[in-house]
Design a protein around this ligand. Structure first.
Ligand SMILES: Nc1nc2c(c(=O)[nH]1)N[C@H]1C(S)=C(S)[C@@H](COP(=O)(O)O)O[C@H]1N2
Ligand SMILES: [Mo]
Length: 334
């Protein structure tokens, strides 16, 4: 396969250059089951392209029998699917020890990518899907011709992978990837490529900075590294907020999520020494799941609340030094 960098069939759009980050809602404000688009965190490593949808095209290339080029109208004419999913930023690409708690839950609308690729004919040798964003530039001292991420093609079998043009029923805002983004429910946000213009099927993983030097965490199991793809279990305490609370029954509640779905959430009132099970609601598609715990404080003073989730595969959150380390909230009963 040729290693030269592909370029779009249309003029590259103007781009506001530079790293963009909009801070997520504070945990105690993450109360809505579905996060409004205007409340979503924004993460863009290279800048924000301003795409003219009439000129824009999506190309599907690489190991397919019939390569395709589609305009936005072509895509919107295909059967639409809605997928509710948590949406989480993994945090700094080279800091697997930091939990940043950039988490939201949204409903994406778009086209089922597995079906679209079936209609192109997937060649037998194809193992990975490469997704190209229109943004380019420098990040962390590395120059990227495009923002490129990859995904094992086998992920398509679990369903829900979309080419999304709307979030919560609204068109994507420019900063959220207008006109089209890849959505991979259960995968960290870094993989959900915005301003998508090219999909390529390949035998091997993609070679750019965002799939090789960045977003690969040490993997103790193999001694090597592991791509930042599937989201391990995590829980966020929404209420109570840190600080003083009155001496009366308190509902401790929040959200828990994992690629595999949540099996249980345990609550601690003493920073992780003792644990008690919380009530966990079922998940809808790939959504986050509400948990709640009725607490009757027996004394005044300081407490460190902690919530620890376990996923359907039995993985449990580490207490510290992980992207999904346990969230704690200090409170004082007065
Ligand atoms: N093209 C492109 N897509 C991208 C990024 C980017 O820099 N360029 N950032 C990724 C990261 S790290 C995250 S967390 C999500 C954030 O999506 P949002 O800004 O819509 O919340 O987009 C991902 N998709
Ligand atoms: Mo991210």
């Amino acid at each position: 396969m040729a290693d030269e960098t592909p370029s779009p069939s249309f003029a590259a759009p103007p781009q506001w250059f530079g790293y963009v980050r909009r801070i997520p809602l504070e945990p105690q404000r993450t109360t809505a089951p579905v996060t409004a688009q205007r409340d979503l965190f924004v993460l863009a490593h290279l800048g924000i392209p301003q795409v003219d949808a009439t000129a824009w095209r999506l190309e599907i290339a690489g190991l397919v029998e019939r390569p395709m080029t589609l305009g936005l109208d072509d895509i919107r004419r295909l059967p639409a699917q809605r997928v509710e999913s948590f949406h989480q930023c993994a945090g700094a690409p080279r800091r697997p020890d930091l939990a940043v708690r950039r988490i939201a839950n949204v409903v994406w609308t778009g086209v089922d990518l597995a079906e679209l690729l079936q209609s192109c004919g997937i060649r037998r040798a194809a193992r990975y899907l490469w997704a190209y964003g229109l943004d380019h530039g420098e990040y962390d001292g590395v120059d990227a011709p495009w923002y490129v991420k990859d995904m094992p093609l086998a992920r398509l079998d679990a369903g829900g992978v979309l080419l999304a043009y709307a979030v919560n029923g609204e068109p994507l805002a420019p900063e959220h990837g207008f006109p089209l983004r890849l959505v991979i429910p259960g995968y960290y946000g870094t993989n959900t490529v915005k301003w998508l213009w090219r999909i390529e099927l390949a035998e091997r993983r993609a070679g750019g900075p965002f799939t090789t030097v960045l977003y690969n965490d040490p993997d103790p199991a193999s001694g090597g590294t592991r791509p930042v793809w599937e989201v391990p279990p995590e829980a966020l305490i929404v209420a109570p907020a840190p600080g003083p609370i009155a001496m009366r029954p308190v509902e401790i509640r929040g959200w828990a999520w994992a690629a595999a779905g949540i099996e249980r959430v345990d609550l601690s009132l003493d920073g992780g020494a003792d644990w008690l099970p919380a009530r966990v609601e079922p998940r809808r598609q790939w959504s986050w799941q509400r948990f709640a715990f009725a607490w009757r404080p027996q004394r005044r003073g300081s407490f460190t609340l902690a919530a620890r989730a376990r996923d359907m595969r039995g993985a449990v959150q580490p207490m510290e030094r992980a992207r999904n380390a346990v969230h704690t909230v200090p409170v004082r009963i007065e």
